[in-house]
Design a protein around this ligand. Structure first.
Ligand code: PMV
Length: 355
């Protein structure tokens, strides 16, 4: 076992991602192995997490602060941060406890609380703090076991999480399809329609879907076709195909959610008004200029191009019930920050809490 008397403080920044081809359902709950592959865009640092980590033998227990609040971290597969810390400690052959201080760049009460940026950034920062020399593929496998969608945030640009077929998960990790400079005009306009934390956590929701939804079997039969179309549309910068496939994929996810028993309704009436409005905008433009997509929540991500971003944002802001809108670009993967950005006091290893 490696002793870490007073380790180094590592600070990293990483972004969230939005799935165009969605992950919904696991073939292995413990290892977080998905039923199908998925494709996402890594978002810009407007929607990011900054995390500082230090390991030390002086700590009696792990302390994890997220947005100023101390979280209870359990060493169980149900705990997202706890799982990542357990796997990294095993890789580093240490039992040292750690201090983690994490802040989101977006307001906590925006309904955007995303495990993807948090878990991906924790994986990245903690692996550096432990002096581990793991590549993005290995980090992606570790982040996946914390929270599935987080494995895609280890890369920038357009990213595919290959479902893999191996029972041990060794071939289930994210790969970069295209970097953030491939199609830099792509823009995400986020419309907040519900600032609360989501009601049905995706982990429990997708499990219920697999167990009860008849439509889910139909989804499994064609989801790979949708992913191929999305990947080709990204490669060719073909917004028409990307937009239609993205909207249909979102609708399909919410169809199987509603077919779950008891049903899962993630969209609210304002989400539906956004869906109608985007179809109207596309109809009046005579082509697809914007595409909505919703994860397990009511807030919209509207994918458009830089050319139409301001007008789409203005249209969304006008809708009754839209609390706020945010324009976000395509981002790079996580990166290390310098000491001046640290959220941990180097003198006494205490957290620097912003909230
Ligand atoms: O990784 P989780 O447990 O947060 O699940 C994510 C599920 C969706 O956001 C709905 C889809 C996706 O691929 O991100």
């Amino acid at each position: 076992m490696i002793k870490m008397e007073k380790g180094k403080i590592s600070t990293a920044m990483g972004s969230s991602n939005i799935a165009l081809g969605k992950y919904w359902g696991k073939r292995d709950d413990k290892l977080i192995l998905p039923m199908n592959s998925s494709i996402s865009l890594t978002l810009g640092e407007e929607l990011s997490t900054r995390t500082s980590v230090v390991f030390s033998d002086d700590f009696k227990e792990d302390s994890v602060y997220i947005n100023g609040e101390r979280e209870v971290v359990a060493d169980s597969s149900k705990d997202e941060s706890g799982t990542v810390l357990r796997l990294l400690r095993a890789a580093a052959e240490t039992t040292s406890k750690c201090l983690v201080v994490s802040e989101n760049s977006f307001p906590t009460a925006s309904g955007l609380a995303s495990s993807a940026s948090g878990i991906a950034t924790l994986t990245y920062a903690a692996s550096h703090a432990l002096g581990l020399d793991l590549d993005a593929t290995e980090l992606s496998k570790i982040a996946r076991q914390g929270s599935g969608s987080a494995c895609r945030s280890l890369f920038g640009g357009a990213v595919k999480w290959n479902a893999g077929t191996m029972p041990d998960g060794s071939d289930s990790y994210a790969v970069q399809l295209f970097d953030q400079n491939h199609w830099p005009e792509l823009t995400d306009i986020i419309a907040i329609t519900d600032a609360r934390r989501k009601r049905f956590p995706s982990r429990a929701g997708m499990k219920q879907t697999i167990q009860t939804s008849v439509l889910y079997k139909a989804r499994m039969a064609y989801v790979n076709d949708a992913l191929t179309a999305i990947e080709t549309a990204l490669k060719d910068r073909d917004f028409e195909t990307l937009a239609e496939r993205t909207m249909r994929e979102s609708n399909d996810l919410h169809a199987v959610a509603m077919d779950t028993w008891p049903p899962l309704f993630y969209l609210n009436d304002i989400s539906k008004a956004i869906i109608y409005r985007i179809h109207e905008l596309n109809d009046s433009a005579g082509k697809f200029i914007a595409a909505y997509t919703f994860d397990a929540g009511a807030n919209a991500h509207v994918i458009t191009t830089a050319q139409n971003a301001d007008s789409v944002k203005a249209e969304l802001s006008k809708l009754d019930g839209v609390v706020s809108t945010m324009r976000v670009g395509i981002g790079a993967g996580p990166r290390m920050l310098g000491d001046s950005d640290s959220l941990i006091n180097a003198n006494d290893l205490s957290p620097i809490l912003k909230h």
